[in-house]
Design a protein around this ligand. Structure first.
Ligand code: G3I
Length: 401
């Protein structure tokens, strides 16, 4: 007579469509069932932030505080689904510090206060956007290195100091490389202070809040071996070699979905290149604009989200994901490229799109892959053992993920 264990193995082998399904099935009815949170089941209806909390990975969105009071669905959706926010524009130099000695913190404070009231992390974006067009005119006009250095110091000390202990991570410098190029922007800081202005900015920020994680944020640097990637990597390595307090790299991840294919393995190789240096990597500004209005485009978008986010989250030091907005109703893409690209997770009526579920799935996978504390209550150890049992009973079939 076959044992209870063997009969259980038969049942299990039939249910190997995914690791999560295995987890759910194997633990049902055992004392360990409670060890696998319901939010990790494939049919769970948990929010992104509930799953993200289990994965230990903040899930974020860029936010526009001008919408807080005018769009009744904006804040409720944001605080239900996300546990991290980035000001889309409110923390930028031109917004905060539009004239010498003039600061306006109203919009930026609104973002931080909303986050604090709802248990959300804040990413600060950005202390210095290297593109001259994003530097206020009065700064671009500064003709003396001493005056410019004093202004840079005052700006960073004032802004980082105001939010010390409240903003967890700063994009200290945004987009240091020229648009699509492989050389530094020769902006006013470069001209007056030399390329070392980037290191200076990091050092000033670190002194103003030693607890904040400091990032270099860049776009289109996810294909190792390209001139642009190599230039960015060389910059990062130089900063590390000079003892600059840089803690992470932000990969913006604005993807031209459907137009330019993204190879997840290549993306992961880029991530690993930075984590191998001991740096955190965050996806900081993801969106996937799509051509075409049909459901196919949204399915492809979901596939891209799941593969790219999954590729990053498979690397332990890739430890946060932020989208550049969350509803297709409010996206910079419309303003820049026109309407219809639907780049985000919710549609214009705040219905969840396939990309939403794809992101949630990627977060679930990260949570399921997390090492468990050793001991009898280790659900994943039990899963591994039962998975091995099931594999033995179905030769040639691995656990599909
Ligand atoms: O708020 C004013 C409004 O009063 C005025 O009537 C209108 C006229 O143009 O402009 C409005 O400000 C615009 C602002 O977005 C708010 O919508 C600015 O012109 C416009 O330049 C600004 O664009 C932002 C852009 O950065 C430049 O700062 C986008 O919203 C924002 O999504 C975009 O974000 C960047 C990241 O910071 C860095 N990575 C790329 C990403 C996308 O470009």
């Amino acid at each position: 007579m076959r044992s209870e264990r063997a009969r259980a193995g038969d049942g299990l082998a039939r249910r190997l469509s995914s690791f999560a399904v295995v987890a759910q099935g194997l633990l049902a009815g055992t004392s360990l069932a409670a060890s696998l949170p319901a939010c990790l089941a494939p049919d769970s209806d948990c929010s992104l932030r509930e799953v993200a909390a289990l994965a230990g990975v903040p899930v974020g969105s860029a936010v526009n505080p001008a919408l807080f009071a005018v769009d009744p669905l904006y804040v409720p959706t944001l605080v239900r689904e996300f546990d991290s926010v980035t000001s889309e524009n409110a923390h930028k130099w031109p917004s905060l510090h539009p004239a010498p000695g003039v600061y306006d913190f109203a919009a930026a404070d609104a973002v931080v206060e909303l986050a604090e009231a709802n248990g959300m992390r804040v990413r600060g974006h950005t202390l210095l956007w290297a593109n001259p067009e994003r530097i206020p005119g009065y700064v671009n006009d500064m003709a003396s290195p001493d005056v410019l250095r004093a202004e840079l110091t005052e700006h960073i000390e004032t802004v980082v100091g105001r939010y010390a202990g409240r903003i967890a991570a700063w994009d200290v410098v945004n987009e240091p490389l020229e648009n699509l190029g492989s050389t530094l922007y020769e902006n006013v800081f470069f001209q007056q202070l030399g390329p070392g202005y980037i290191a200076e900015a990091f050092r000033i920020a670190h002194a103003a809040d030693p607890s904040a994680l400091l990032f270099l944020n860049e776009v289109f640097v996810t294909v190792p071996g390209t001139e642009r990637f190599d230039a960015f990597l060389a910059l990062v390595k130089d900063l590390i070699a000079d003892g600059v307090p840089i803690h992470g790299v932000g990969l913006q991840t604005h993807l031209l979905g459907g137009l330019v294919p993204v190879d997840p393995a290549t993306f992961q190789a880029a991530v690993r290149t930075f984590t191998d240096l001991g740096l955190h990597v965050e996806i900081t500004e993801m969106d996937v604009p799509m051509l075409g209005g049909g459901a196919d485009a949204l399915d492809l978008q979901a596939e891209i989200v799941q593969e790219v986010v999954g590729a990053c989250l498979a690397v332990p030091l890739c430890d946060a994901v932020t989208f550049w907005g969350f509803t297709d109703l409010h996206t910079w893409i419309d303003g820049t490229f026109g309407p219809g690209y639907r780049p985000l997770l919710f549609d214009e009526a705040y219905e969840r799109k396939p990309a939403y579920f794809a992101l949630r799935h990627a977060l679930q996978e990260r949570a399921l892959a997390m090492p468990e504390p050793a001991g009898p209550a280790s659900a994943l150890a039990v899963l591994a053992a039962l998975g091995a049992l099931a594999r033995r009973r179905a030769p040639g079939c691995g656990v599909a993920r």
